[in-house]
Design a protein around this ligand. Sequence first.
Ligand SMILES: Nc1nc2c(c(=O)[nH]1)N[C@H]1C(S)=C(S)[C@@H](COP(=O)(O)OP(=O)(O)OC[C@H]3O[C@@H](n4cnc5c(=O)[nH]c(N)nc54)[C@H](O)[C@@H]3O)O[C@H]1N2
Ligand SMILES: Nc1nc2c(c(=O)[nH]1)N[C@H]1C(S)=C(S)[C@@H](COP(=O)(O)OP(=O)(O)OC[C@H]3O[C@@H](n4cnc5c(=O)[nH]c(N)nc54)[C@H](O)[C@@H]3O)O[C@H]1N2
Ligand code: SF4
Ligand SMILES: [Mo]
Length: 692
Amino acid sequence: MEKIQSTCNYCSLACNLDFFVENNQITKIMPTKQYPVNKGFSCIKGLSLDKQQTSKNFAKLPLLKTENGKKEISWPEAYEYFADKLKNIIEKHGKESVACISTGQLTLEEMALVGHVFRNYVGGQLDGNTRLCMATSVVAHKQSFGFDAPPYTLNDFELSDTIIFIGANPIVAHPIIWNRVRLNKDPNKKIITIDVRKSETAKNSNYFYCVKPKSDLTLLYTLANYLIEQNWIDLHYIENYTENFESFKEHVKKYTLENVENITGISKEKVIELANLIHNGKRVSLWWTMGVNQSYQAVRTAQAIINLAIMTGNIGKPGTGANSITGQCNAMGSRLFSNSTGLFGGGDYADPIKREKVAKVLGVDPHIFPEKPTLPYNVIIEKIISGEIKALWILCTNPRHSWSNNHQFLEAIKNLELFVVEDLYDDTDSADLADLFLPVISGLEKEGTLINTERRVSKLNPVIEKPEDRYSDFQVIYNIGKALGMGDLLKGWETPEKVFNLMTAVTENTPCDMTGITYAKLEEGYGVQWPFGKNQILVENERRLYEDNLYYTPNKKVKFIFEDVAENPVPTTKEYPLILDTGRGTVGQWHTQTRTREISIVKGATSKQAYIYISKDLADELNISSQDKVRVNSINGRSSDFLAMVTDTLPRDVLYAPLHYIETNNLTLSVYDPYSKEPSYKYSPVNIEKIN
Ligand SMILES: Nc1nc2c(c(=O)[nH]1)N[C@H]1C(S)=C(S)[C@@H](COP(=O)(O)OP(=O)(O)OC[C@H]3O[C@@H](n4cnc5c(=O)[nH]c(N)nc54)[C@H](O)[C@@H]3O)O[C@H]1N2
Ligand SMILES: Nc1nc2c(c(=O)[nH]1)N[C@H]1C(S)=C(S)[C@@H](COP(=O)(O)OP(=O)(O)OC[C@H]3O[C@@H](n4cnc5c(=O)[nH]c(N)nc54)[C@H](O)[C@@H]3O)O[C@H]1N2
Ligand code: SF4
Ligand SMILES: [Mo]
C-alpha cells in the first residue's frame, strides 16, 4: 500500500490528507498529522474526496448540443469546433465579444494558463467566480495595505485572546479554523461573533452581537468613535505607521452611542461592552468573511475592520490582525495569477516596468498583455444580455445556480452564439445549457498548487493515475490554446511545473515573492507561505505580515479609508418587508452540491428539497410550522418554494436560506458593491406565504 500526501481542493484551508492507495484505488484517507494547517484533523468533505465522479456514469467525452440532443464527439473535434467558433465570432464582432469565467477552485497553474490563453492571446474578458466571494477583500487590501496581502497566519487563532468573527460562520464554513480556535489554550480567551442571526458559531461564542443586516458599518464607526473618545487607541502606532487618522477621527464623530441602537439593533451598553472587550484584549484579532464581503457597501465595511485593528495597534503581532478569510481552495492563487484584474503576480496593467519584467520572464512582447483589467462578472452578464458578448466559456463554476439573481444568467445564455462549459459533471445546472461540454478529471488525478487563506502554497499531487483518454483542466486549456493557433506562445507552458516556475519568477521582489518555492520544496510536505524569496531560509513555517510595521503603499504606511454610510439601494418595502439572508447550510454541502451530492452520508443527512429558516415569532403570526410548504416572493419579481424550518436563531424580520439550492439565488438581487462589484447576496427584500 502506498501513502501519498495531497491537498483537499474544497475550501480555503487547503488541508493536507494522506491517501492510502492500492492498485490505483484509494483505500483510506487520513488527515496529515504534521501539516501545519489541519494538524491531523479534517472535515467530512476532505475525508470523502475519493467520491468524485463515481456515483453515476458521467460523460467522459466532450458533448456537442445538436438539434437531436447532445452527442459525444472526439477531443480533436471538440478543440477544432471551439477554436473555429471562437475565431469566427472574433472576426465578426471583435475580441471584446468573447468572455470566460473561471474560479478559485482550479490550480494556480491552470489559472495562469487560462489567463495566458484567454487574455494574452485571445484578448477576451476573463473574470473569476472569486468576484462573488473575495473581490471586496482584494480591493480593501489594495487600497489600505497597498497590496492584496492578508496579514495573518492560522496560528493567530491559537495565540489571540480576543477573537472577533464578523459575518463569518467557521463552524460550518471553515471547521478547521474552529478547531484551531479550540486548540487555543488561553483559559480566558473571548470568542465574539457579530452576525445577523445566531449562527452555529454565534451559539458557541462567549459573546454574540445580533446586528441588523448591513448595519455593520455604523456599528464599526461607532465603536471606533467610542474607542477614540476613551483614548483606548495606540497613538504610537497611529503616528508612526498609519496615514489619514485625523480625518478618520473627524469622520466617525457623527457615529454616536445615542443613535447606534436604532440603526444596528445593538444597544449602547452592548457597544460599550464590545469596546471594553477590544480595549482589554492583549491580542485582539478580527476575522471577516461573506457577511461583510457580500454587501452594497462591502469594501468600506472591510476597511472599517482594518481601521479598528490599526488604530488599536492590533496588527503585525502574534494573535492579532484584520483578517479576511477566503472561501475556495485557491482563492489566493486565483487573485494573484489569473491575469484578469492585474498582471501575473499582482501587478498593474498600466505599469510599464512591471509589463517589461513579466514579459521578459515569459519571453514575450509586453504588448500582448491586456491594457486594462477585465470587465467584472456583472458587466459580462449585462453585455451578454445586450448582445455585445457572443461567446462564453466557463470553467469550474456553476453560475446558473450560484449567480446572484440567477434567472438573469439563464436569460443571458439564450443570447449567446457559443456557450462552453468545462466541468467534472455533464449534468450541472450550467452544463445542461452548454453548446459544448468539456469533461475533466478531478483533483485526485492531477498535479498543481493551491494557495490557501493564510498565503500558504501547497501541492496537489496525483493520488491515482488518470485513464489515458481523460484529461485535466490544464491539458484541456493547453489544447484549446494550441487549437487557437498559439504556437510558440505556448513554449514553456507545457507542464504545471513549468508554469509554476514562470509564475514564481514573475514574483521576484514583489510583496508576494515566491521565488524560493519550488515543487521540490513543496514535496517536503508542509507548504510554504509567501513571501518566500530565493535566498531566504525557512526558520518558521508560520509567518505573518507587517511585523516590521511597513506596508506596501508608496509611503509604507497603512491608510485609514472611510466613507459615509450609504443608503441601501434596494431597501425593504411594505410589500417586501422581510430580509432574505443567504449562505452556507451544513459542513457537508459544498455550494451548488455537484460534488458533495456524491458523498452518501451527506446526501442522506441533508434535505433534498430547498428549505428556508423562519423565526418562531413570524411563523406563529403566519401560522407556519416546520415542514410546511412556503412561497417566498422577492422584490426582484421572482418566487421560489421552500420547506419551512422554524428556528429560534433569527430575528423576526430575517429569513435564512442556504445557497446550496438553486431556488435561493432565484430571489437574490442584481446589487453590487460600487468598488468591488461583489454581489450583495445577503440582503434581498422578500415576503413569505404558506402554500399548502
Ligand atoms: N460546508 C461548506 N463550507 C464552505 C463553503 C460551502 O459551500 N460549504 N464555501 C466556501 C466559500 S467559497 C466561502 S466564501 C466561505 C464562506 O464562509 P462564511 O462567510 O463564513 O459563510 P456564509 O454562510 O456565507 O456567511 C457567514 C455569515 O454571514 C452572516 N451575515 C449575513 N449578513 C450579514 C451582515 O450584514 N452582517 C454580519 N455581521 N453578518 C452577516 C450570515 O448570517 C452567515 O452566518 O465558506 C467556504 N466553506
Ligand atoms: N445566495 C448566495 N449565493 C452565493 C453565495 C452566497 O453566500 N449566497 N456565495 C458565493 C460564493 S462565496 C461563491 S465562491 C460561489 C460559488 O459558486 P460556484 O463556483 O458556481 O459553485 P460550485 O458548486 O463550487 O461550482 C464549481 C463547479 O465546478 C465543478 N468542478 C469541481 N471541480 C472541478 C475541476 O477540477 N475542474 C472543473 N472544470 N470543474 C470542476 C463542479 O462540479 C461545479 O459545477 O457562490 C456564490 N453564490
Ligand atoms: S476544512 Fe476545507 S480543506 Fe479541510 S478537509 Fe474540510 S473542506 Fe477540505
Ligand atoms: Mo466563496
